[in-house]
Design a protein around this ligand. Structure first.
Ligand SMILES: Nc1ncnc2c1ncn2[C@@H]1O[C@H](COP(=O)(O)OP(=O)(O)OP(=O)(O)O)[C@@H](O)[C@H]1O
Ligand SMILES: [Mg+2]
Length: 322
């Protein structure tokens, strides 16, 4: 069966110039990242700020070309899709809906925009579909005449979600869609996305720095660290027993009282390393409590353990134990 989305060995290098006269230096934001998403599935991606999540999202959306590697959407390179056709298949939902909603348009016009652009339905059909979509995302009918500036942050995100779904995409890529919202509103939006997935049978790539959000949302998940995938597998299995020491730290941070949506203190040694000066060997070794000598010398590859659809990039995966 063709995967809905498949990315193979994505590497992305930005060229950074430090200072006006500084020499350009490479910043490797993604390093050999591969993933696949089946129809109707939610794949979660989690990792600290700067690990490459948004770079990955932009490349998967076809908004940026990778330095190397391929992205296949329904078996066809995403770069080969005419822009409109791609937009019919994949839609984004970003962290800040305000930035992507034209402030001078009404909510109704904003939600209907994709139908308009793709010439879907007659005028009255478009109005009907827009109203149904607004109902499904929990926007009151009176909100249809409002401008984005008159809405709350949560309502604006509902508009962005309605617009993403109205033309029936097969995949929605959500990059931290609730991080800017109050905690109580976050939960409503997350549950709304789960309801919509069930209703529309749409697949999602769901990005968050918050592992508990990923636990709630994702069927399968991927943990990223410094542009690399360090662990991937079914969400439940990873939560029950993480194999990578970094995943263990992220999971344990979930259980510490930290509900304000901020980045939890992971209690790791050292700081998040500079992406322009990555550690040798395993890039996580300076912060790892289990590092041995060879961890600073040899980079571990992503390897499957036990054939249960899980993989981990660690010389000493935490697979044994009680
Ligand atoms: N346009 C750009 N030009 C240069 N460097 C960039 C650019 N975009 C991202 N980077 C760098 O690439 C790395 C990955 O950034 P990215 O935004 O993908 O991370 P992220 O995981 O989405 O972080 P956050 O959780 O803060 O959103 C970072 O070191 C970042 O500074
Ligand atoms: Mg980001």
């Amino acid at each position: 069966m063709t995967m809905l989305l498949e990315a193979r060995d994505l590497t992305h290098v930005y060229t950074i110039r430090q200072g006006l006269l500084g020499r350009p230096a490479p910043l490797r934001a993604l390093n050999n990242v591969s993933l696949s998403i089946k129809r109707g599935e939610i794949l979660g991606i989690v990792g600290e700020s700067g690990c490459g999540k948004s770079t990955l999202a932009r490349i998967l959306l076809g908004l940026e070309a990778p330095t190397s590697g391929t992205v296949l959407l329904e078996g066809r390179p995403v770069g080969d899709y005419p822009r409109r056709e791609r937009a019919l298949a994949v839609q984004p939902v970003f962290q800040d809906p305000y930035g992507s909603l034209n402030p001078s348009m009404s909510v109704e016009e904003l939600i209907a925009l994709p139908l308009h652009v793709h010439g879907i339905g007659s005028r009255s059909e478009r109005r009907r579909r827009t109203a149904t979509m607004a109902d499904q995302v929990g926007l009151p009918r009176r909100a249809l005449a409002a401008r984005p500036g008159e809405l709350s942050g949560g309502q604006r995100q509902r508009v962005a979600i309605a617009r993403a779904l109205v033309a029936g995409p097969r995949l929605v890529i959500c990059d931290e869609p609730t991080s800017a919202l109050d905690v109580s509103v976050q939960a409503q939006i997350l549950n709304l996305l789960l309801d919509l997935r069930a209703e529309h049978d749409v697949a999602m790539l769901f990005i968050s720095h918050n592992l508990s959000v990923i636990e709630h949302m994702a069927d399968r998940m991927m943990v990223m660290y410094l542009g690399r995938v360090v662990e991937t597998g079914p969400t439940r299995a990873i939560f029950a027993r993480p194999h990578h020491p970094y995943t263990t730290v992220l999971r344990d941070a979930v259980f510490s009282p930290q509900d304000d949506g901020g980045v939890p203190d992971l209690g790791l040694r050292g700081n998040f390393p500079n992406a322009m000066d990555v550690p040798s060997g395993c890039v996580f070794h300076p912060r790892c409590g289990f590092a041995h000598q060879n961890c600073s010398e040899v980079e571990p590859m992503l390897k499957t353990h036990g054939g249960d659809d899980r993989a981990c990039a660690c010389h000493y995966p935490l697979t044994a134990g009680p």
